[in-house]
Write a protein of this length. Structure first.
Length: 401
């Protein structure tokens, strides 16, 4: 090869090397960019997860109050600590293997490590340890599962789910007829195991007040037994946990635990029937209620045509409003009935009467939820109905803190 050809080949080789180095540098920059971007995303995701875990709300399953909720919490914490122990062991084992069997200078890349396929000791070890742990967890769990279904010594309350609120019926004299019917808030005596008979009028729901007990499905045509209790007075919050349609996320519930004397007073007040109001605005509202609302709602003593499942709704039932003002919430416990100064939340109540579908998604055209009266009632008429609603029952025995 002549000197000229050698120079040409050398120039070509240098050019290829330069191109390869440029490609390598570009790949390094890109890899560093993607690595840094993934690192930023990982940091951001971890930060968001941490921030979300700091959120505080009324639903708090990590602070059980009732004995049943405490039993569930104990099992959950036991299984969580066992899972953490397994995770730490596996993580430590992985790190130990990485360190011990890492590639060292002078190792033969073609040399295979010792194969342990068919090693009975290893296979028995990683099979028996999980079996023993699961058996231990089963022994701790199964008795509680059966105990949660035992009947308590307290009163029995029928819980009925419908789109998208809860109804509670009390048969005080056990004659098969409900003496008290209320909605959104189940009132229970302190220190007693209250028996629940849970069912549904339309689709499957799930009843859950985490500080008092776990979840229990409400299924049409079936009755599921459950228990709740509280050793202290207070208001405890829950929600439906089975997707049940358009306003599933807005189907909330509250449990109000009262001392024995207060519970007795509450019972007696709930047995009282309503009467025709004497105030002018409330009387006009009473008359308007009789025109527009009695095809669905019941008010004991004055408007009872929609009782016994005769409401013009798919579920056959709308909230009984006889003692509306003795509750702390309305519209499936979505809105507070009282302001922080304990005055009536007239603004939200009026807007609910005016345009309920605008406040809580529903399908009134399919008889699922309250219809809108925005094009039917004028301003003064809305004010009159709200005035009448404020005459229904006394103040709640407990207010939210």
């Amino acid at each position: 090869m002549s000197g000229w050809h050698k120079r040409v080949e050398s120039a070509k080789l240098l050019k290829k090397r330069k191109f390869a180095n440029e490609v390598h540098d570009t790949d390094m920059v890109q890899n560093r960019f993607f690595y840094n971007r993934n690192l930023r995303f990982a940091f951001l995701g971890t930060l968001l997860l941490f921030i979300s875990s700091c959120a505080s709300g009324r639903l708090d399953p990590l602070k059980p109050v009732g004995q049943n909720a405490k039993d569930i919490d104990g099992i959950m914490r036991l299984s969580a600590w066992m899972a953490i122990a397994v995770g730490l062991f596996v993580g430590a084992a992985v790190i130990a293997v990485i360190i011990k069997f890492r590639v060292r200078p002078g190792d033969d890349p073609d040399e295979l490590p010792e194969q342990i396929h068919g090693n009975k000791k290893a296979e028995l070890t990683w099979t028996l340890i999980p079996v023993v742990m699961l058996l231990f967890l089963a022994v701790a769990t199964i008795p509680s599962v059966f105990d949660l279904h035992d009947k308590g010594d307290g009163p029995t309350i029928q819980v009925t789910g419908q789109q998208w609120w809860w109804q509670f019926s009390y048969d005080l004299d056990e004659d098969g007829q409900s003496d008290i019917i209320t909605s959104n808030e189940i009132v229970i005596p302190v220190g007693q195991e209250v028996n629940l008979e849970i069912t549904s009028n339309d689709v499957i729901h799930s009843f859950w007040i985490p500080q008092l007990n776990g979840k229990k499905d409400a299924v049409p045509g079936r009755v599921h037994h459950w228990r709740i209790s509280s050793p202290v007075p207070g208001i405890f919050y829950g929600e439906c946990t089975e997707f049940c349609g358009l306003s599933h996320a807005n189907m909330q519930v509250r449990a109000v635990a009262l001392e024995a004397a207060d519970y007795k007073i509450w019972q007696e007040s709930q047995l009282a029937k309503s009467s025709i109001p004497t105030g002018e605005a409330a009387k006009r509202g009473y008359d308007l209620f009789g025109v527009h609302c009695i095809s669905c709602h019941v008010i004991n003593g004055v408007y009872e045509g929609a009782a016994d499942g005769n409401a013009n709704l798919a579920s056959g039932v709308a909230p009984n409003l006889t003692h509306l003002m003795s509750r702390t919430s309305f519209a499936g416990s979505l809105f507070e009935l009282y302001n922080e100064d304990q005055s009536v939340n007239v603004a939200d109540l009026r807007e609910w009467v005016r345009n309920a579908p605008g406040q809580k998604p529903s399908r009134p055209e399919n008889r699922q939820g309250m219809m809108s009266f925005a094009e039917i009632l004028n301003g003064p008429e809305l004010d009159d109905i709200v005035s009448y609603l404020q005459t229904l029952g006394g103040k709640p025995p407990l207010m939210p803190s």
